[in-house]
Design a protein around this ligand. Structure first.
Ligand code: PLP
Length: 383
């Protein structure tokens, strides 16, 4: 059987990885500054992470809800402590899209309403039809039709105020990314996030912060929205949470009451996912990775800002979007073929994306800066 061909792949076969380094089968070494779309948070094959998962596998070795509950509790407590959300509850699932699905359902169950405000250039996942095709009204929230979603311009306080005026009474939720990732690394203004929080509170809707890409220390704070000093009602997480192990979750405000059967999943919060997620938090705490993300993020941004051909550098911490004067595809290709450096792109063709592990060193940052600056300078000379 062949694989269903939906992913464009580079002609490189990685066989081993450690930290930010990846080796192909010929033993050639690459610098990974993308980490599978922000998934690699504590570095590839971190020894503590590998040991924690292996220990869990050998200690338990079988799938059972009874054994995973204490681990889920341990994870919820650790996540609450490190993120500053100790009074919230945690629902565990398997991916970012599933986390957002559950957050939207919760908002709909909690408010009894259908409408949702989202923003232009946002990305929240790829599920749609499963719930619509389910015949069990007790688990189906009314938000399953696209006509219930209102798209507004990002960072536009006035447009939000006008939409609230018109739809406030039917509004279940506002969903916004901590920093827009796929859409081109767009940072929400603190005043914009504050207006969303205040507006939601005023009309009784829930504010959902999608921190699937921007969370888990990537921005230099545990969650990107914490730069704006707001407290959303629901926060969704995945990607960096498991450093490659599939795990996601929703952090839920105490104002949302749980009832049995309201949400559910077969594999969410399984014992290996919990062990992986706990290992990530332990390493983040032990190695002070939020601090490193802040320091290295500032360093990279400062060096990139003056380079020829760089129009703008957006982002916070280690979620960086480099807006070029031209599409970034050729430059990314050269970075990979000539300098063995993996980077990312976005739906905005001119924006090159960097999402390195939060453990990145100054030497690794310098390796990229030197290569990138060489490529840009050659282009200036040629033009
Ligand atoms: N939300 C955001 C902000 C994302 O960037 C992504 C994936 O790129 C998702 C949700 C979907 O996550 P997943 O692919 O784990 O379903």
């Amino acid at each position: 059987m062949n694989l269903f061909d939906v992913y464009p792949l580079f002609d490189i076969e990685p066989v081993k990885a450690s930290g930010l380094t990846v080796w192909d089968k010929e033993g050639k070494k690459y610098l990974d500054l993308y980490g599978g779309h922000a998934v690699i948070s504590i570095g590839h094959s971190h020894p503590h992470y590998l040991k924690r998962i292996a220990r869990q596998l050998y200690d338990i070795g079988f799938y059972s809800n009874a054994v995973q509950m204490p681990l889920q509790q341990e994870l919820a407590e650790k996540l609450g402590k490190l993120s500053g959300y100790e009074d919230y509850s945690l629902f565990l699932c398997n991916s970012g899209a599933e986390a957002n699905e559950n957050a939207l359902k919760l908002a709909s169950f909690h408010t009894g309403r259908k409408k949702v405000i989202s923003f232009k250039s946002s990305f929240h996942g790829r599920t749609s039809a499963a719930v619509a095709a389910t015949d069990d009204v007790s688990i189906i929230a009314p938000i399953n039709e696209t006509e219930n979603i209102i798209f507004l311009p990002f960072n536009d306080v006035a447009a939000f105020a006008a939409a609230l005026q018109e739809h406030g009474e039917q509004l279940a939720a506002v969903i916004v990314e901590g920093i827009q990732g796929v859409g081109g690394v767009n940072v929400p203004e603190p005043a914009f996030l504050k207006s969303l929080a205040a507006g939601c509170a005023r009309v009784g809707a829930l504010l959902i912060l999608d921190e699937v890409q921007s969370g888990y220390g990537r921005s230099g704070k545990f969650f990107a929205h914490q730069h704006a000093g707001i407290q959303p009602d629901l926060i969704t997480v995945a990607k960096g949470m498991g450093n490659g192990f599939p795990v996601g979750g929703v952090l839920i405000s105490p104002k949302v009451e749980a009832r049995h059967g309201m949400l559910g999943t077969t594999f969410g919060g399984n014992y290996l996912a919990c062990a992986a997620a706990l290992a990530v938090l332990e390493v983040m705490e032990h190695e002070l990775l939020l601090e490193n993300a802040t320091i290295m993020g500032h360093y990279l941004k400062e060096k990139l800002e003056g380079m020829p051909g760089v129009k703008e550098v957006r982002g916070q911490g280690l979620m960086i979007g480099i807006e070029l004067n031209e599409p970034c595809a050729a430059i990314r290709k050269e970075l990979l073929s000539e300098h063995c450096i993996f980077t990312g792109s976005s739906s905005n063709k001119n924006t090159l994306r960097l999402l390195p592990a939060l453990t990145i060193s100054k030497a690794e940052a310098d390796q990229f800066l030197k290569a990138f600056s060489n490529i840009l300078s050659k282009k200036v000379l040629a033009s």
